[in-house]
Design a protein around this ligand. Structure first.
Ligand code: NAD
Length: 363
């Protein structure tokens, strides 16, 4: 199959659909890969790196779309990219169609086969192509929080790990799923005093087994949550209620009672946030202060580390990309009941129930 990788054009997006290593795997399967010039610049991969891996470099996105049968990207296609999609194309990327009427209409009109990373499932009902980005965001949440604790950034001036003879910071993680468990790994690694709250006792048991007595686990009631939040130096918000906006677990009143210079990192901000005082921020202005509490609420945290994020994403997407290339879309999707839910739009029809329901399409 002929596979195309255009340079990402969404504002501040530095990731890329395929790494040179992935290109090498795909070409070793006998496929051709076309990469737009400079597509890998944001992850430190040069055109020469891609050429060594077997890719052919093309000058423009139009040439990529003209040459390829399958387009592999990271972000949803922007309007100019959608205009280049044709019925013979397979598009494999994050789409997030439910809140995006204009994109959905264009993909339907294109006649292309559009497969979304975020709706591929695994045998436990998890979302394996979202997991890598949650891992990255979870790990980043603690380093971001640590930076915010510095005095110059409005923080209380506490070093997360302390030093011998001086107490470390108290890090409280709300939600012990993928983001939460990776935040815990980092916080414990830095030497913090770490507590996790979750409403799922099985999650708490698993975390307790994984991290042992270094981690304090607390069942998340309103009272327990308030007690932990008021004592914290850093609170990481990492809850998810599938298919719903994040619950506002930490009220504005609790924030006003937190220690001056403490920090909240609202990773769940992409679902509306779990602190009442949260509003989405960007990497160029990541923080703001409410009641002397520093708020970090960046909605696309993995964008800060495009190199790690791209490699992590490719580890998860490559097997699916290879299946599409080796078998063609129809067989690859029908052979794998976990992959099939990834199909969002096909030959002018919305094929994902959630998207169809949200936007009023026949399903
Ligand atoms: P997950 O499903 O793996 O974990 C969520 C956890 O929250 C679960 O263990 C669940 O039991 C717990 N939970 C739900 N309600 C709770 C409550 N009331 N109190 C305590 N715990 C509760 O989800 P995840 O992959 O860890 O993602 C967490 C959030 O981070 C999601 O909103 C996701 O979209 C977001 N996220 C944001 C970024 C970013 O850049 N900002 C990046 C990746 C993920």
């Amino acid at each position: 199959m002929r596979i195309g990788v255009p340079k990402e054009i969404k504002n501040n997006e530095f990731r890329v659909g395929l790494t040179p290593d992935s290109v090498h795997e795909i070409t070793a399967h006998g496929h051709e890969v076309f990469v737009e010039t400079n597509a890998g610049a944001g992850i430190g991969a040069s055109d020469a790196n891609y050429e060594v891996s077997g890719a052919k470099i093309l000058a423009t996105a139009q040439e990529i779309f003209d040459a390829a049968e399958m387009i592999i990207k990271v972000k949803e296609p922007q309007a100019v990219e959608r205009a280049m999609l044709r019925p013979h194309h397979i598009l494999f990327t994050y789409l997030h169609l439910a809140p995006d009427e204009a994109q959905t209409a264009d993909l339907v009109k294109s006649g292309a086969t559009c497969i979304a990373y975020e709706t591929v499932v695994d045998s436990q009902g998890g979302l394996p192509l979202l997991v890598p980005m949650s891992q990255v965001a979870g790990r980043l949440s603690v380093t971001a929080g640590a930076k915010c604790l510095e005095k110059i950034n409005g923080g209380s001036g506490v070093l997360v790990g302390g030093v011998p003879g001086v107490e470390p910071a108290k890090v409280v993680v709300i939600g012990g799923g993928v983001v939460g468990s990776h935040a815990i790994t980092m916080a414990l690694g830095l030497g913090a005093d770490v507590t996790v709250l979750d409403r799922n006792t099985q999650v708490l048991s698993n975390l307790s087994q994984t991290f042992g007595s270094a981690l304090k686990t607390v069942y998340s009631t309103k009272a327990a949550l308030e007690k932990q939040v008021l004592a914290a130096d850093i609170v990481v918000g990492a809850v998810l209620v599938a298919g719903a906006a994040a619950p506002k677990l930490v009220t504005a009143e609790m924030i006003s009672k937190m220690k001056p210079g403490s920090v909240v990192v609202d990773v769940a901000i992409d679902q509306g946030g779990c602190f009442e005082t949260s509003k989405a921020t960007t990497h160029s202005e990541p923080t703001y202060i409410v009641d002397e509490v520093v708020h970090y609420c960046v909605a696309n945290m993995p964008g800060a580390v495009p190199r790690t994020s791209t490699y992590a994403l490719n580890n998860a997407t490559l097997p699916f990309a290879l299946a599409l290339a080796d078998k063609g879309a129809k067989k690859a999707l029908l052979d794998d009941a976990n992959f099939l839910p990834g199909l969002n739009v096909h030959q002018g029809k919305v094929t994902c129930e959630a998207v169809a329901t949200a936007l009023g399409y026949d399903y």
